[in-house]
Ligand binder design. Structure first.
Ligand code: ATP
Ligand code: MG
Length: 446
């Protein structure tokens, strides 16, 4: 069997071997190559100790990524390669970090410490594939299976539970029965895992094509990471627009937004405020007054807790806050929205509203033309190059100084001008704006 290798990986294998060491590509890149997917990056494993690896690549760019864990990164042909010495992980007392790692002379032992059979294969052009745990067979059957006893492996490092769901989402695979049962049993340990590791896997999970399916089938596991999801499971919305319980609605909607992190997070959390806001009307219909606002606050809390970047948190909050606002087609009103959210933010909001609509009962979910039209209107307004921020105004700070404005009065008058221009009361033309300003009383200027 021949697998494709990147130029950097091929060179690294060759140079380690020429120096008398064993060396292999290993893990995700072997899995991806076997699946015919372009590998993200090439990880390598070698019998050379970290110091020896550094010596082999003396003169190249070498980064000591994790010397203690046996990893150095070597940059070859502009490609960063993580090269790790064969190792076995010591005990895990906290379901987080190995207490220590021990180097070993055996590729098989190195493979045995890896998480899933499909991630435990190694390859080198001379020897071909090393598959000690039936990884190829599992790839064929599209199954995610722990190497060894799944309960033990999840107890060692509970992040593996979330990784299993991540691979299920990204690859469209299923968890093997024993692995799934153990994942459910050990899911409570996810609460102990560092939030940065959790959010990284969660982000990849949500951006996979199978995210909705994972949410539908494993809300109990994801609920260990985001407990706020748990009240959504089986929650009957008692409303004619809805044919699904709240969690299923969310899962359907999730699959109908583009796979970008802020959109997927916002779709996951758009209705998280609903259980707290439920009331039953006299007509027997369920209502959720204020759920968008409550949801925004909850989403902010959840994402901050999970240490998502501040920018992502703010984007998601905005999308959740306005997810059920009625967007206008009238250009003047649309300009207000554009000023508030910016063009990308507004188009993202339309995407969220589309996704939300796909999760409605069949009689309502096909109503997508309104969104097509809305997107067209946003485009039309943008083509007119509207004035959306102070920077777009035809008069600049210098003009205002020349007119005698000083200090906070400058910002104030800029906001006033922006308001009047976007509302269409005056055109954004320098001469007109200057004239307009001159008609103001001098006492406004300081
Ligand atoms: P990706 O395509 O996201 O890079 P990957 O499988 O390469 O997927 P990495 O996080 O890059 O994932 O890890 C590289 C390899 O290291 C894995 O394929 C697996 O063999 C091993 N590995 C990573 N994380 C763990 C873990 N928590 N427990 C055991 N083995 C792990
Ligand atoms: Mg990788």
């Amino acid at each position: 069997m021949k697998l494709p290798l990147s130029p950097g990986a091929a060179q690294a294998l060759f140079r380690l071997r020429a120096a008398g060491y064993e060396s292999w590509i290993v893990g995700g890149c072997v899995r991806d190559a076997l699946l015919g997917r372009p590998p993200g990056d090439y990880d390598m494993t070698t019998s050379a100790r970290p110091e020896e690896t550094k010596a082999v690549f003396a003169g190249e760019k070498v980064i000591e990524t994790g010397i203690r864990h046996g990893t150095v990164t070597v940059v070859l042909e502009g490609e960063p390669l993580e090269i790790t010495t064969y190792r076995v992980d010591g005990g895990y007392s906290d379901a987080r970090h190995p207490d220590g790692v021990t180097f070993t002379a055996s590729l098989r032992e190195d493979a045995a410490r890896r998480d899933f059979t499909m991630n435990a294969m190694a390859y080198a052009p001379e020897e071909g594939l090393r598959d000690y745990f039936g990884g190829q067979e599992d790839l064929k059957r599209r199954l995610i299976r722990c190497v060894g006893d799944p309960d033990r492996r999840f107890r060692e490092d509970a992040l593996r539970i979330l990784r299993a769901l991540r691979f299920a989402s990204v690859l469209g695979f299923a968890l093997e029965e024993g692995t799934l049962a153990a994942a459910r049993r050990q899911a409570f340990l996810l609460r102990e895992i560092s939030r940065e590791r959790v959010s990284q896997e969660l982000g990849k999970l949500l951006c996979g094509p199978g995210a909705g399916e994972v949410l539908r089938t494993c809300p109990d596991i994801l609920g260990q990471v985001i407990p706020e999801l748990l009240p959504m499971v089986g929650f009957d919305q008692r409303n004619e627009h809805h044919c699904y319980d709240l969690l299923t609605h969310t899962a359907v909607a999730l699959d109908h937004v583009p796979p970008r992190l802020p959109l997927r997070l916002a779709m996951l959390l758009h209705d998280v405020g609903k259980p707290r806001c439920f009331s039953l009307g006299e007509d027997g219909q369920g209502h959720f007054y204020g759920h968008a606002h409550v949801g925004m606050e909850m989403a902010g809390e959840i994402l901050t807790r999970l240490r998502f970047p501040g920018k992502v948190c703010r984007q998601v909050e905005t999308l959740v806050r306005y997810h059920d606002s009625v967007l206008p087609e009238d250009p003047r009103l649309l300009r207000r929205w554009l000023r508030k959210l910016g063009p990308e933010g507004l188009l993202d909001l339309v995407a969220i509203q589309r996704g939300d609509t796909w999760g409605l009962a069949p009689a309502y979910c096909t109503r997508q033309e309104g969104f097509d039209r809305l997107e067209q209107r946003v485009q039309d307004v943008m083509n007119e190059q509207p004035c959306l921020s102070v920077r777009d105004l035809a008069v600049k700070g210098g003009d205002l100084l020349a007119l005698g404005y000083r200090g906070p009065a400058i910002g104030e008058i800029q906001r006033q001008l922006l308001e009047d221009v976007t509302e269409g009361e005056i055109p954004n033309e320098k001469e007109v704006l200057l004239q307009y300003l001159k008609s103001f009383d001098a006492k406004n200027k300081t």
